[in-house]
Design a protein around this ligand. Structure first.
Ligand code: COA
Length: 331
């Protein structure tokens, strides 16, 4: 059996921060951001949270797929920016949806999260463990970027996307997943606890101290390193799934890539000798929404009719870890 996406949904915050406004906050310009990244504006949470956006996106996906919350057997939230760690965001979403029959967990593979969750869902369905799975990518990255660091704050935005998978006859999609922890220093986010040996204080108890230092709690990135990693590894992974599945590049209707940077997407198209028109972009509107970017784009394309049943599409994600993966599937 394979999992077929039968419904999609998304939710982005109402508040918009465009490049002009951003260039009044840090030393940058609309022209620089557009040229180097393709981003024009991003949506930023005000009242919304990672969990609330996840719930809205999930409701829309369930409605779109004509699936009730009670039918969901597995609910995965991909995130590293949830306002709640215990219980996991997925359990909070379950509670608000009334998805009472679902097992719930979060998956953190940063911007590759949705890709890895999609493959996880396929494995659960292929094994017969589950028939109906709800996948959500939801991120409030605006809480994790240093708004004084022009090298990172221009890139990211907030939002959520969701997809419902139902089991259907047929072979699961061909997928590959990769991680390289040794190269992980290129893109990091330290937890607010230091992980270092606790300082002895207040009597005999060893209590952890909150670390000082601006690097804690903010995304740190070597932009060039991440860029070079993405433009090398993403086409390799796509070529890998195409070869494994015996699919020609020309047979692909759409390459739906994680929306990090227009130049990365264009470079992947070029390296694959593929038609750039088959690489849809919406990062100009949302920036990089990490694990939410692929399901938001899927939702847009599903609703506006670009995605049609029977088409062959490639999904590809990449990000911190470093991690990356791709899948070729029939829509
Ligand atoms: N506005 C204006 N100038 C900026 C700037 C900004 N927002 N950010 C950096 N610069 C400056 C740098 O200080 C540097 O100046 P210098 O030449 O005087 O030293 C110059 O622009 C070039 O910096 P560089 O970092 O080499 O730019 P770049 O072309 O690599 O673009 C990124 C920077 C971040 C846009 C690019 O590296 C990138 O997109 N990388 C991938 C990041 C990513 O996608 N991460 C998430 C993956 S999931």
């Amino acid at each position: 059996m394979k999992g077929k996406i039968c419904g999609t949904g998304s939710c982005v915050p109402e508040q918009v921060l465009d490049n002009e406004e951003l260039s009044r906050m840090v030393d940058t310009s609309d022209a620089w951001i557009r040229e180097r990244t393709g981003v024009v504006r991003r949506h930023i949470v005000r009242e919304e949270t990672t969990v609330s956006m996840a719930v809205s996106a999930a409701r829309r996906a369930l409605e779109n797929g004509n699936v009730s919350a009670e039918e969901v057997e597995l609910l995965i939230v991909c995130t590293f920016t949830s306002e709640v760690l215990l219980p996991c965001a997925a359990c909070e979403v379950q509670k608000r949806l009334g998805a009472v029959n679902a097992a719930c967990f979060d998956l953190n593979a940063a911007c590759t999260g949705f890709m890895f969750a999609y493959n996880t869902a396929q494995a659960y369905i292929a094994s017969g463990l589950c028939r109906t799975i709800l996948l959500i990518g939801s991120e409030s990255l605006s809480h994790m970027v240093d708004w004084e660091d022009r090298g990172t704050c221009i890139l990211f935005g907030d939002g959520a996307g969701a997809a419902v998978l139902r089991s259907a006859p047929g072979e699961p999609p061909v997928s590959v997943m990769h991680s390289d922890g040794a190269a992980g220093g290129a893109l990091t986010l330290q937890s607010l606890h230091s992980g270092e040996l606790p300082q002895r204080c207040h009597g005999t108890a060893d209590l952890p101290e909150k670390p000082a230092g601006a690097q804690n709690g903010y995304i740190q990135m070597n932009g060039r390193e991440v860029f070079q990693f993405a433009v090398k590894k993403v086409p390799e992974a796509i070529q890998e799934v195409l070869t494994l599945g015996g699919t020609e590049c020309g047979q692909i209707d759409y390459f739906i890539l994680h929306q990090a940077n227009k130049r990365i997407v264009e470079s992947v198209a070029k390296r694959l000798h593929a038609d750039a028109g088959k690489f849809p972009l919406n990062l100009q509107e949302y920036g990089n929404t990490s694990s939410a970017s692929i399901p938001i784009l899927l939702d847009e394309m599903h609703r506006d009719g670009r995605l049609r049943r029977g088409q062959t599409i490639v999904l590809a994600g990449f990000g911190a870890g470093l991690s990356w993966g791709a899948s070729v599937l029939e829509w």
